[in-house]
Every structure is written in C-alpha cells, then in structure tokens.
Design a protein around this ligand. Structure first.
Ligand code: AMP
Length: 214
C-alpha cells in the first residue's frame, strides 16, 4: 500500500504515519526526519537543508527529489510506504507520479489531516522533539513518562527551532501557498480523503484506518 499523508505542519501527520506504518508493516518515510538526521550527522545535504528549514522555508525540489528517489530504492519499500511531509509542492507530486507510472504503479490514498491554523500554532509551541530518534511529544497532550526525556531512547526533548512561534507562522504561510494546492491535485485524481485532525489521536487513527479498509 502506498499512501501520502497531507496536512499543515503540526497537523499530526507524523504521529499517525508511525502507527499506520507499524500496523501495515510498511516504512514511514518522513523527508523532514531524513533532513534532520542529515543535519545531526552534519552531511552536505544536511548543511544545505538547514539553511531553508531554520527559516521555515521549503528545501528546493531538486534536493528533496534526489533524496526521496534514493530512499525508494531500499528493499523495505517494495510493499509500499507511508509518505509524511512529501510531496509538498505540485512539482514534487508530479515527479512522484511519473516515477511510479514508470513501474505501472501509483499512490492509492492521499489523506488530508485537517486542522485549523490557530489550533496548530497552539499545538506547536507545546511540541517537544527528540532530536535523536525523531519522536515528538506535547507538554499537555502527549507527555513523556519522564519530563523532557524521550520514552524510547532517553534523550533530552527540545523545542525544535522550526517549531518556534515565528517560524510556525512562516511555515503555515508556506503550507497554504505551496502545499495546499496538492489537495486539489489529489482530489482530481479521486484519491483524496479528509480526516478531522482535531481531538483524540486514537479517533483520528481509526478514521484513517476505516478509509484504508474501505
Ligand atoms: P517536517 O518535519 O515534515 O515539518 O519538515 C521540516 C522541514 O523540512 C520543512 O519545514 C522543510 O523546510 C523541510 N522539508 C521536509 N519535507 C520537505 C519537502 N517534501 N519539500 C521541501 N522541504 C521539505
């Protein structure tokens, strides 16, 4: 199964993508996570991406596409994947479709996790991330067992630079201009499904699973 999770930054795509990936035994591919991993390891790609990420801007399509096409070659992608944070522009979506079409393949589901901007701004200021394993928590709604510490790898949790309020506003602006047009793109293909992304994480997850089972 190949699916794309759409939605504004902070809509909860990552949390849902991890659960879907576990349930269907397919990889969760987050371009944001891959960039953060490269920044942590101080690679050339990481250095290039960081300059854009810190300003809340999108990394140029060429860089993203190079990275994702390489990722698709890994053997774990043969039964599908959950894409989280990719595609984020129309050229990225078209490049993805073209790459899949070459193998007579396609994206089956585009799921839009729908959350209003004001809710996102509130959520992101409370988000805490583990820079080691990429898991995210929230000071009110998804607390770690031990304060400021990752449940999985015991690393310290931090407020990511790109989750700071002024950067979040910029990212939302970029989302509306560059990523939201993908909703029409996938709607026209007849594979767009909207899920209310506010409320309980379990309910949102069940709504998604019901779409995938239908
Ligand atoms: P995320 O964790 O998905 O919100 O991504 C964090 C940041 O990484 C974004 O604000 C962008 O700067 C960059 N990024 C991640 N995925 C993409 C993408 N598909 N296209 C361009 N930039 C991306």
């Amino acid at each position: 199964m190949k699916l794309v999770l759409l939605g504004a930054p902070g809509a909860g795509k990552g949390t849902q993508a991890k659960r879907i990936a576990e349930n269907y035994n397919i990889p969760h591919i987050s371009t944001g996570d891959i960039f953060r991993e490269n920044i942590k390891n101080n690679t050339e790609l990481g250095q290039k991406a960081k300059a854009y990420m810190d300003q809340g801007l999108l990394v140029p399509d060429e860089l993203v596409l190079e990275l994702i096409m390489e990722r698709f070659k890994a053997p774990d992608c043969k039964n599908g994947y959950v894409l989280d944070g990719f595609p984020r522009t129309i050229p990225q979506a078209k490049a993805l479709d073209e790459a899949l079409e070459k193998n007579n393949d396609r994206i089956e589901y585009a799921i839009n996790v729908d959350v209003d901007d004001d809710v996102i701004i509130n959520r992101m200021s409370g988000r805490r991330a583990c820079l080691n394993c990429g898991r995210t928590y929230h000071v009110k709604t998804l607390r770690p067992k031990v304060e400021d510490t990752c449940d999985y790898c015991n690393s310290k949790l931090v407020l990511r630079d790109d989750d700071k309020p002024e950067t979040v506003k910029k990212r939302l602006d970029v989302y509306h201009k560059q990523t939201q047009p993908l909703l029409d793109y996938y709607n026209e293909k007849g594979i767009l499904h909207n899920v209310d992304g506010t409320g309980e994480i379990d309910r949102i997850y069940n709504d998604i699973i019901n779409i995938l089972k239908a």
